[in-house]
Design a protein around this ligand. Sequence first.
Ligand code: FPP
Length: 249
Amino acid sequence: MTPNPTLLRELPADLERERLPKHVAVIMDGNGRWAKKRGLPRIMGHRRGVDVLKDILRCCKDWGVQALTAYAFSTENWGRPVEEVDFLMTLFERVLRQELQEMMEENVRIHFVGNLHALPKSLQLEIERSMEETRHNQGIQFTVATNYGGRQEILQACRSIAHKVQQGLIQPDEIDERLFERHLYTAGISDPDLMIRTSGEMRISNFLLWQVAYAELYVTDTLWPDFDRAEFHRALCAYQQRERRFGKV
Ligand code: FPP
């Protein structure tokens, strides 16, 4: 069964529009387990995972969440069986090609973060095309982390700043949080307010290490292919019950 986008189309009445997270990040875990439980190959879980992601993106738009970031492929995921990696790369490419038109109609601005140069050339081209074509869209900001690692991101920012210091373009004393953030893959994108992880693991798994410093974390046992608007609603309710203090009293 594919997700039903007609359910919970409006913002549920028990959520306060003004206190919604502006930016939600998702670790979409559990695709393999979902498939295994049904005696299906793991790739079927990823395929279903795409449908769920599409509906959660549309739900963000329907309910007024301004930005969604999804962890699609980590730098560690290259260690999976080659057939699964190949399937995922082809899936990303196909989804981008198929969904570009709809993203334009729905005013989605798509952005990719990660070490994109190591991806297959044909995927890189689709990524460039989708980012270029949606660049001026004013609707939801949709960021896809692909071949992404938080530590690697921080290291490449350090390297880039070090080169600029070496060239005399930056003085070491000028390096502050704002300058550093401008050298991350996510430059220009606000930090997530809420990070959701499905399938029960209480880990960050190298995702947005710098950016989640003050994010609220929400972990559900639900596997990503079963994550739906009702689950998203529960996560947002939990978020609205939290008191965000940012280290203050
Ligand atoms: C984790 O589940 C999921 C992934 C590594 C892939 C997620 C990717 C998608 C849903 C596709 C997104 C597509 C686009 C174009 C944005 P797992 O395989 O680790 O599950 P397991 O822990 O049960 O094995």
